[in-house]
Design a binder for this molecule. Sequence first.
Ligand code: C2O
Ligand code: CU
Length: 475
Amino acid sequence: MTTGLSRRGFFHVAGAGIGLLALPPLVHAAPTMQTLRASAASVDLIGADRERPADYSATDVWAYDGAVPGPLLRGRVGERLRIRLQNDIEEPTSVHWHGIRIDNAMDGVPGLTQDPVQPGESFDYDFELTHPGTYWYHPHMRSSQQVGRGLYGMLIVDEAKPLDVDRDLLLVIDDWRINAEGQIDIASFGNLHDAAHGGRLGNWMTVNGQSGPVLPVKAGERVRLRVANVANARIFEIDTEKLGAVALSRDGHGLDKAAKPQDPVLLGPGQREDLVFDVPEGAQTIPIQDVSTGEPVTAATLKVEPSDGAPSQRPALDTLSLPRFGTEPDTDNARVVDLVMEGGAMGGLATANLDGESMSLQEIAQKGYVWAFNGRVGKMDYRLFEAARGETIAIDMVNRTSWPHAMHMHGHHFRILTRDGKPATDIAFRDTVLVGPEQSVRVAFVADNPGKWMLHCHMLEHQASGMVATFAVNG
Ligand code: C2O
Ligand code: CU
């Protein structure tokens, strides 16, 4: 299994570059409609301090408002977000608000909750920000290509009572597949080999749209670090040990209390983790590294400036917490739904049902699919279950493949109950859970948000090739 960020040609991912961090402009939720424009753009993904291909000035991308990530959308819990998506790319698109418990009609899934937004047209999203946390947004049409070309941004919903910190930092981690000219390798979108393996893995890492950005902090100050994995398929492992941080929320959902972060912080595509730490005195720079390849790669560097004065007196990190929401599932009385994942390379899937016909894996692959849920190639018409409003559903996800999957549920958060039958140690409400090869994970949730929702693998090439299901919450 290739997970290495390859360093062919001019690529030197490790080593921090010095440059100003250009965080995207802040757009506060406002009662008026704001336009979010998806269009072609060009951005410098490589950075002036790196070895650049001859004649390189920028990478052609698709972006929201010309920037990668797109504008940071932010509002306080209880406010409304009103966004007019203007589609100026050459194909239909939509915006999905990942992780938000949202009115179903605003969920942004063409074929389920709305029609595709055609080139030149617009669609108005208007919804209440009902729960605080760290979320993101991206298209839900040909996601592998549209997200892979740069269409994504962050959405932060501030708590009613904000966490007392000096600085709120974002670490939006992506990997791109870049060719020798520094351009996106477009010809490899839709590659079935990637789809049958770990998905479209890139060879160039960016954080906040930059290669190895330097983020200024001050000694002694308290920082909230919101880490998000927006890559198509790569699982990042972020080493935060040097920070002495506590983890306060996962996928926007507060943990019961401050926890020791995972070591390293494992983030599948779509997942987020909020950490809080006090910047240590003494160090001048602190690298934040991805260790998923076995070789540390510096994702970003904190540059520690001297403090302004005596650090303010604050409660200890381990006494902090963020609100959690959602009803605790009554797991003893849950209805159990099976979700058996099969297929992919080295998977031994012999036949599966595609559009009502039983076919061999080879026939399925000829049609561009390589995965099955419960023996069926998953598409938008696959209704896995229907729940009565308020019903507790447990889903037994059984991964009979040789690949990890990042299973994402729309409109709800689930609690992770067990892994391989043993109580889960990463106990948390999440909207996306990593299920390892040959692993089984049981999650449970209260189906309390009516509408038609998706449950799919967030490795976007797996999603495109059969790892899709929907469910309905009635009432
Ligand atoms: Cu982040 Cu169905 O998506
Ligand atoms: Cu998958």
